[in-house]
Design a protein. Structure first.
Length: 217
């Protein structure tokens, strides 16, 4: 028996701002100042790693007084959570982009390019999580997010049994994570090129998997 895979809907992401809209001038000002701290933290984490992050460095980077930091965050740990996960969590918000008229390979490549463009647009954030100075707990959390998205896509778009999904999921998520790391280390490579390379590797899975490879037996 051959299991046909439809992997072309596995990597659909909705990149949207999770923060609620500020309704008054003072709220908008507060939101902008908070975002300055978050952006500063991301830049410092990307350069120095989490171990090198201090409240004083963040406020200096953001050109704000140290005392004002605690107006927006109770402690450094809350800032780290916001700096890393407010945007990265968006990787788990799927949507079905308009892909009418595209071949399966073109659909997969377009969805991967959407992901890698998101990486390019948030380079400091992804350096903090996937770069050489990343914290293991945040890296593992990001991989878990990718694995959850891939597994959900496999369940929705294939007839694979759970035991097959269990081993295919980390392989695909690891492949995407490797692509993210490569893209960060090689800024001369575009999101489009990285999506094309990844598609070439994933394409065989979108054709067929022998039944004897879907079980442990």
């Amino acid at each position: 028996m051959i299991h046909k895979l439809n992997l072309h809907s596995l990597f659909e992401y909705k990149f949207m701002n999770n923060a609620p809209p500020a309704s008054t001038r003072s709220q908008r000002r507060r939101s902008r100042r908070r975002q300055r701290l978050v952006d500063a933290a991301r830049e410092i984490i990307a350069r120095k790693g989490l171990a090198g992050l201090t409240v004083q460095d963040v406020t200096e980077e953001a050109d704000m007084a140290v005392g004002s930091f605690y107006t927006y965050f109770p402690n450094k740990e809350a800032l780290i959570e916001a700096a890393i996960w407010e945007d990265l969590q968006q990787l788990g918000n799927p949507q079905r982009p308009e892909l009418a008229g595209l071949t399966p390979d073109q659909r997969l490549q377009a969805q991967l390019m959407q992901l890698f463009q998101f990486v390019e647009q948030h380079r400091a954030l992804f350096q903090a999580v996937f770069g050489p100075r990343h914290a293991p707990e945040h890296y593992e959390r990001a991989l878990d997010l990718l694995e959850t998205r891939v597994a959900d896509g496999l369940r929705l778009n294939t007839g694979l049994p759970e035991e097959a999904i269990a081993w295919i999921t980390p392989l695909l998520a690891g492949l995407i994570g490797g692509g993210i790391r490569y893209l960060l280390a090689h800024p001369e490579v575009s999101a489009e090129e990285m999506a094309f390379r990844t598609t070439i590797l994933i394409r065989p899975l979108s054709e067929q998997i022998p039944a004897d490879l879907t079980t442990n037996g």
